[in-house]
Design a protein around this ligand. Structure first.
Ligand SMILES: Nc1ncnc2c1ncn2[C@@H]1O[C@H](COP(=O)(O)OP(=O)(O)O)[C@@H](O)[C@H]1O
Ligand SMILES: [Mg+2]
Length: 350
């Protein structure tokens, strides 16, 4: 219990006297106003209730002094933690275990845990933000370095025609990579912020898949990849443009990782209210530990090799985001060097 100091005691005696005086003044006013005939018993009753009031008042002062100081200290710990969080320090942790077994401190325990949870979540988000910024910077920096390097080499008048052509080819590829990166970042940000509303319409999914395969012909015919297609007319109720983005990403990945003369399989199947699209390739496959991470932003299983193939690790995160927005799901089945199958499930009606 905290000690009463003289200043606080004086304050409470003043309050007490104030209260007693007000009670008597109130009595007097009521008595005069209604000219009540107060008998002896009612006078006694009033005096008793007056003492009762004084007793309650003193008990409240006692409780405030014995518990209030303690509560105030605990609240200060919480407020200080929130202050630190608002200043960007997410390492805050309040030891809530000391409040656990005390019934009166239950609210403090809950508050402390909430503050700790908030600090933890903000810290995770801050780490993700920093990772994102460093990934974007890296993805911008490497093509720029290469463009700059080959531009300098091109200044040499003694270069052969073939060398010039090869250097210009590299500059062209790297510029396209930069443009793809900025496009993908814009797409992700629009999908994240919800700025892009889904334009739901009903159309035939099999037809859309065939068109996308046709659109990608320059990529697969160059590698002499053979397609097996098992798609019957299946109406879906989704955003056509976004869904086309999904198939382009999945099919391009399949083509990219499949060797020359390889095979790819595409199917659309409907089971009651569920539509399943499978895109399978006969490429390098994805290791089990990598399968969990491939939908993360900027994740590339083998960075050096993927850079040669022109990726930036955003395609599958865009795919996942679009599927999630439609309430569907996507999973991968694969074994190293035995190809990969991406299976998308969509609701027939959303
Ligand atoms: N069909 C596939 N076969 C093998 N690996 C794949 C396949 N699809 C995706 N991956 C792996 O997942 C990573 C992320 O894919 P994605 O987000 O599309 O990025 P990107 O194609 O730009 O590298 C790829 O870098 C690759 O390691
Ligand atoms: Mg990709």
């Amino acid at each position: 219990m905290r000690k009463l100091n003289s200043k606080r005691l004086g304050h409470h005696i003043r309050n007490l006297l104030g209260m007693i005086t007000s009670v008597f003044i109130a009595f007097f006013i009521v008595y005069k106003a209604f000219n009540l005939q107060i008998n002896f018993y009612s006078m006694i009753l009033n005096i008793i209730s007056c003492f009762l009031g004084i007793g309650i008042y003193l008990s409240i002062i006692f409780i405030i002094y014995s518990k209030g100081g303690h509560f105030a200290d605990n609240f200060k710990i919480v407020f200080d933690a929130i202050d630190k969080i608002s200043d960007g320090d997410f390492s805050v942790f309040i030891d809530s275990s000391k409040y656990k077994h005390n019934r009166h401190n239950h609210i403090m325990n809950v508050l402390a845990q909430k503050v700790n949870d908030m600090a933890k979540q903000l810290s995770t988000m801050e780490m993700m933000r920093q990772d994102f910024v460093s990934n974007v910077s890296h993805e911008i920096q490497s093509p720029l370095t290469s463009i700059q390097g080959f531009a300098i080499l091109l200044k040499n008048d003694n270069l052969s025609k073939e060398d010039k052509k090869a250097y210009l080819e590299i500059i062209d590829t790297e510029t396209k990579r930069l443009s793809k990166l900025s496009n993908n970042l814009l797409k992700l940000s629009a999908l994240d912020s919800g700025a892009k509303e889904l334009q739901i319409k009903t159309y035939d999914l099999a037809n859309q898949l065939r068109n996308v395969i046709l659109f990608l012909e320059p990529q697969w015919s160059k590698k002499n990849i053979e397609f097996e297609i098992e798609c019957q007319k299946t109406n879906v109720n989704v955003d056509e443009e976004l869904m086309s983005e999904v198939w382009i990403n999945l099919l391009s990945n399949g083509i990219k990782f499949t060797p020359d003369d390889g095979k790819m399989y595409v199917s659309v199947k409907r089971e009651s209210k569920n539509i399943q699209v499978t895109i399978r390739d006969s490429g390098i496959g994805i290791k089990e530990e990598e399968q969990k991470r491939i939908f993360e932003r900027f994740y590339m299983a083998d960075k050096s090799r993927k850079r040669e193939l022109g990726g930036n690790g955003l395609g599958l995160s865009i795919v996942k985001k679009i599927i999630d927005l439609h309430g569907g799901s996507i999973r991968v089945e694969s074994e190293t060097n035995r190809g990969a199958a991406f299976i998308v499930s969509l609701l027939a009606e959303i």
